[in-house]
Structures are given as structure tokens and as C-alpha cells.
Design a binder for this molecule. Structure first.
Ligand SMILES: Nc1nc2c(ncn2[C@@H]2O[C@H](COP(=O)(O)OP(=O)(O)OP(=O)(O)O)[C@@H](O)[C@H]2O)c(=O)[nH]1
Ligand SMILES: [Mg+2]
Length: 283
């Protein structure tokens, strides 16, 4: 066999593709960002410059990859939803080749992030990426899962750094104080100790942020950052309307079920733990 054909043959074995006409998801995640955020001395738990750089990373992805309908950011990760079922002829981005998809998305996020931070020097930030497909009925749940993670992390982080400062404790002592406490119990603790009511905490920090396409004029659309997103379990249409964009698609879409009990859904965020009357004077 000709050397070229033989070498191509080795490559081809691993050139796998995602199936066509089903929703494609990608999660792009900062590699070793625990260390990177320390090195840059980013503020804890949330740093505006870091978040802006994540937005630029997200923007670089959505504006350079055809077929993206929505992206969601929280912490050091970006989840991207791609669509390729508009017609039988619609060509998926990079023909849905897994290696191309993951490398393009990770590279685009990496360039965007480092650009915002002046290049990154000799230790630039970089991202990894994985891609997969989900049934249409699980689109919203895929984002809900990440949003729940954002909320849990938010409560944990506010409790950890807030208590550390207020009570002048070492990290380990705070961990001990927080050990075995549920998210609800931690909310109660930070309200009592720090006077912070998570219900009034900035929406984008507790729920994450989306980039969505907004139409203007008759036939134009541009990408916008939405820092005021809903809780996805309460408003599944927010995500789904980006994917099911025609009347026909909306009519045919399968009803989304979360698989969570009503109690679990409600405990995600809006549980009012302490009645208004019980608020201390300074509130
Ligand atoms: N200081 C600071 N850190 C942040 C912020 N947002 C996210 N991080 C950090 O980013 C890290 C993300 O965690 P992971 O993705 O689980 O861990 P990682 O170190 O990136 O490890 P791998 O993803 O496995 O490579 C956490 O340590 C967060 O504290 C922020 O606004 N400020
Ligand atoms: Mg990471």
C-alpha cells in the first residue's frame, strides 16, 4: 500500500463523528484554573476581570462557530449548544468531527481569554473541551445541571470566604464550620453570620450568564450577553426557544421533564429561609 494511503488509514480510524440532526453540546473548561486564578491574584470568590475574560472567551466561540444557538458560562466553564437539523441538507459545523469540534472550541476560548488578559505571557491560560449529543428533551436539563452547580458553588464560596474574613479563621477552620451542611443550611448560616441574603445576591453570580442571539431590524441578529437569566427549571423556554426556533419545531418538541421532585426543584434557589420580619435592623 502507498505510504500516504497507509498513514491516512491510521489517522482515519480515530476520525469519529457525532451523529447528525441531534442537539450537540460542548463543555469548555479552564485547565488548572484553581492555580491560574491564584497566580493572577483574582478576587475570591468572584473577580470582574476574570469573568470579563470568560465572556470574551465565550464570545470568540459563538461568533466563530456556525450552528451555535446558545452558550452558558459559570465559573471557569462554558457550555455550548449547537444545532444542525434545520434541513436534511444542513451541514453540521466541521461535519461533526469530534476532534475538530473539541480542538476548535478549546482554541477559540483560549485565544479569547488570553487576549483579554494581555496574552498570558509564558504561562498562558488554556481550556479543554468535550462534545456529546443529547435527546431534544434533555437540552434544558443539561443547562439546569450546570446552573445548579453554579448555585451550589456560589453559596459555598460566599460562605467560605465571607466566614473566613468575618470570623478571622484559617481555611481549615472554615471548612470544619461548613462541614456536612446542606446548601440550605449554608444559606441560613451566611444570613445569620454575614447578613447576606442569597436571594438578593447578583443574579449572574448565582445563576451564571448566557450569550443568546437577539434579533434586530427584520432579518438581523447579534449576540448579546444576558446577565439576568432565569432559573432554567422554572423557565425551560429560555433555553429551548433558542433551539426550537420555528412554530413547527415548538409544536413538535417533546415536553421536558427534569426527573426531579417538586421539592428538589424548589430547594434550588428561591426558598425563603427567613421571613422578612426576622431580618436584623441593618436590613
Ligand atoms: N479567584 C477566582 N477564582 C475563580 C473564579 N471563577 C472560578 N474560579 C476558580 O476556577 C476554578 C475552577 O475549578 P475546576 O475547573 O473544578 O478546577 P481546575 O483547577 O480548573 O481543574 P481542571 O478543570 O480539572 O483542570 C476554581 O478553583 C474556582 O475557584 C473567580 O471569579 N475568581
Ligand atoms: Mg477547570
Amino acid at each position: 500500500m502507498d505510504i500516504g494511503d497507509r498513514m491516512k488509514g491510521y489517522e482515519k480510524v480515530w476520525d469519529q463523528k457525532l451523529p447528525r440532526r441531534v442537539p450537540v453540546l460542548a463543555r469548555i473548561d479552564g485547565v488548572s484554573f484553581s492555580k491560574l486564578t491564584e497566580r493572577y491574584k483574582f478576587k475570591k470568590p468572584y473577580d470582574k476581570t476574570f469573568i470579563e475574560a470568560m465572556y470574551t472567551a465565550m464570545q470568540n466561540v459563538v461568533t466563530n462557530v456556525a450552528g451555535v444557538v446558545l452558550a452558558y458560562h459559570q465559573s471557569d466553564e462554558i457550555t455550548v449548544l449547537l444545532k444542525n437539523n434545520q434541513t436534511f441538507e444542513t451541514e453540521p459545523y466541521a461535519a461533526n468531527r469530534i476532534q475538530k469540534l473539541t480542538s476548535h472550541l478549546a482554541a477559540l476560548a483560549t485565544c479569547g481569554f488570553n487576549k483579554e488578559l494581555g496574552g498570558g505571557g509564558d504561562k498562558p491560560a488554556f481550556f479543554d473541551c468535550r462534545v456529546w449529543t443529547v435527546p431534544e428533551a434533555e437540552i434544558n436539563n443539561s443547562f439546569l445541571w450546570r446552573q445548579q452547580d453554579a448555585f451550589r458553588n456560589c453559596v459555598q464560596a460566599v460562605a467560605h470566604y465571607g466566614l473566613k474574613e468575618k470570623l478571622n479563621l484559617k481555611g481549615r477552620a472554615v471548612q470544619k464550620l461548613m462541614a456536612n451542611k446542606s446548601t440550605n443550611e449554608l444559606q441560613e448560616l451566611i444570613f445569620k453570620e454575614l447578613g447576606i441574603n442569597i436571594d438578593t445576591y447578583p443574579t449572574h453570580l448565582k445563576r451564571g450568564t448566557c450569550m443568546v442571539k437577539k434579533s434586530y431590524l427584520e432579518d438581523r441578529a447579534h449576540w448579546v450577553i444576558d446577565e439576568n437569566i432565569p432559573i432554567f427549571s422554572k423557565d425551560p423556554g429560555y433555553i429551548e426557544d433558542q433551539y426550537f426556533s420555528t412554530e413547527e419545531e415548538l409544536d413538535n418538541k417533546q415536553r421536558t421533564q427534569t426527573g426531579l421532585s417538586l421539592e428538589e426543584l424548589e430547594s434550588i434557589e428561591h426558598e425563603v429561609l427567613i421571613e422578612d420580619e426576622a431580618l436584623p435592623d441593618e436590613h
